[in-house]
Design a protein around this ligand. Sequence first.
Ligand code: NAD
Length: 304
Amino acid sequence: MSIRFDGRVAIVTGAGVGLGRSHALGLAARGAKVVVNDLGVGRDGAGQSSEAADAVVAEIEAMGGEAFAHGADVSDEAAVEDMVAQAVDRWGRVDIAVNNAGILLDKTFGKMEMRAFAKVVDVHLIGSANVAHACWPHMRAQKYGRIVLTSSASGLYGNFGQSNYGAAKAAMLGLMNVLHMEGARDGIRVNTLAPTAATRMTADLLPEAAQELLAPETITPGLLVLVSEDAPSQMIMGAGAGSYAETRIYETRGITLMDEDNTPEAVAARLNDIRDPQDQEQLGDAFGQTRKYALSAAKARGLK
Ligand code: NAD
């Protein structure tokens, strides 16, 4: 079965260049009507232009597709609401939201101004929440929605000089987990993409040979699956150069100390046991942890 998006309406943020452009073209090539959102800023968020988004719309129209450009700054709630309203006015629905817009303001933490920290969180986290929030009532009403958040290895694993970006990208997981739960009954599925691509964002970091292998187009097939009819939900998909993998969060089995033994010294003495990965498991939700600890404490005391 081929994956198609005929009759679906998609919004792709930051779709003028790089990964967003590739995602927008990939969706349009398989039948989606696409809102090509882009503020047209530099890598650091400075400037503004509609040129890149207009060029992507022209590319989509040249292949016989339908698209319009919208220059909303994703961190501006009113502008995002206007964009979603325009999509719904024109095409009657909004099925897919690909949150991809992003900027970098790298500095080691000691040298970083908190303004730069907040700005990066604003674009990545608040921007993604703004888009999801504006789409939410439409997706709930039509009992169908696909939302992707874009994280990064920087958020999942850490990267020197990116405390703002890493924090914002890790926050995508928290947003995904809760939207996945709240959206499930209305047919809304929410996933996270953790790409690694050669774009202007990584232009000075990658050798030329790696840049060719890591073209944005090598990632878009994975994104298309995450927003397809049969999409999974709550998946963190790593993608780049044709490789795909899933990142998962596990909790170790851990230990339980009785009150008289529950001292910092005892915890320190058992750190290796606490961190032992044998029998680690994925917890289904926040109460999974509460349940596990309360049950362990009760069991240690011989209670039922
Ligand atoms: P890019 O810099 O090539 O493109 C980002 C686009 O977002 C630009 O067109 C820019 O104008 C737009 N944008 C920025 N701020 C915006 C705002 N406030 N409102 C609307 N549009 C805005 O970046 P890219 O490399 O294609 O990255 C796309 C996404 O993937 C980003 O979220 C990035 O953090 C993430 N990512 C990229 C990589 C990588 O290797 N390139 C790795 C991990 C994560």
